[in-house]
Design a protein around this ligand. Structure first.
Ligand SMILES: [Zn+2]
Length: 341
């Protein structure tokens, strides 16, 4: 990912303290310096413990880790190898289950998209085994995408007969450069369990914003809880991170939730510069009528890491770290003024 105009772009120096290795010293979503306050160890997927830091501006959570990978290209290779190993023994039964879940998801996405006949391209960035691509195509959407792992592309081609013109075996940066160069109109981006694997996600999202100005973004992320804490998850955005990101990228929030299967999901839409948007006058959560405190409570219930850094203030805790967040202050003001929008 190279974008010389992006202040958050330069390779971030790795910080080592007390045997911990910190990949980030600045938050890759909001650019703020990450405080050096370190949490106690929290249980990870593999039976170990991992210490965390937290962005004071947007509450993104950063695990410590033994990360030997220093550049973005090597990171993409490492991530592709990881997913090949994880899904190497995939069988038809699993693929059927995935297809069923993806089919349900495609119907939910369709509620946020123009009808298939009026839709421009839907791009699945990091399409994995191709199940979402396939489900969107079955609804009639012109869906295509990219996947850096050649193994996963082979699985997708075998399972769903996806040709290289539909699923390109390449990384997101190369793929989006190509899309941008050809001027392909885009109605939607699917970024499903991908951002947390990307060392520097903001340039990728900014490029998407240039390609599809009023496109819909379908994004899902893991929650910082034991089963999802492992070295390939480089950081964990929280509900407030996603509100902050919407303002940063001038996106409207169409949906924000912690799902029943314990993931963090956000659907954004690019704000049309021709249309006056409520979000331009305040924060994206307020404009969308999002109850951020309730969503954070749901996240907190799943994530002891989040509870550590952003305790529940209603529960009598001082919760000083939550006071840094303008969104919550704004929300409180609206609550007392009775001006629900
Ligand atoms: Zn941040």
């Amino acid at each position: 990912m190279t974008d010389v105009n992006d202040p958050a772009e330069p390779d971030q120096p790795e910080v080592t303290a007390g045997g911990n290795r910190w990949i980030y010293d600045h938050c890759p979503l909001c650019g703020a310096t990450i405080p050096s306050d370190t949490s106690p160890g929290f249980a990870d997927r593999d039976g170990g413990t991992v210490e965390f830091r937290c962005c004071a501006e947007c509450h993104t959570l950063f695990p410590a880790g033994a990360n030997e990978v220093d550049d973005a290209g090597a990171e993409t290779t490492r991530q592709a190898d990881y997913h090949r190993d994880l899904w190497g023994d995939v069988n038809l039964e699993q693929l059927d289950l995935l297809a069923s879940t993806a089919s349900q998801l495609a119907w939910e996405m369709a509620e946020h998209l123009p009808p298939p006949s009026a839709s421009e391209a839907i791009l699945d960035i990091g399409a994995g085994r191709g199940n979402i691509l396939h489900s969107l195509a079955r609804l009639g959407y012109p869906a295509r995408g990219c996947e850096p792992s050649s193994f996963l592309c082979q699985v997708a081609r075998a399972a769903y007969l996806l040709g290289p013109e539909v699923l390109a075996n390449t990384d997101a940066e190369t793929y989006l450069s190509r899309v941008e160069a050809t001027g392909t109109p885009v109605s939607g981006f699917v970024i499903w369990h991908v951002l947390e694997h990307v060392r520097d996600p903001l340039p990728l999202l900014r490029r998407c914003a240039r390609i599809g100005r009023t496109a819909t973004y379908f994004i899902e992320l893991p929650v910082a809880q034991d089963e999802d804490i492992f070295p390939e998850h480089l950081f964990f955005p929280t509900p407030a991170s996603l509100v902050r990101l919407a303002d940063e990228l001038r996106l409207s929030i169409e949906h924000l939730s912690v799902t029943e299967d314990r993931r963090l999901r956000v659907f954004y839409r690019g704000r049309d510069p021709e249309v006056v948007d409520l979000a331009d006058e305040g924060d994206a959560a307020t404009a969308a009528g999002i109850d951020l405190a309730a969503i954070e409570a749901a996240y907190r219930a799943l994530s002891p890491v989040f509870a550590h850094f952003v305790p529940d203030r209603a529960g009598g805790d001082d919760g000083a770290s939550a006071d840094d967040l303008d969104v919550e202050v704004e929300k409180a003001e609206i609550g007392t003024g009775g001006g629900g929008r």
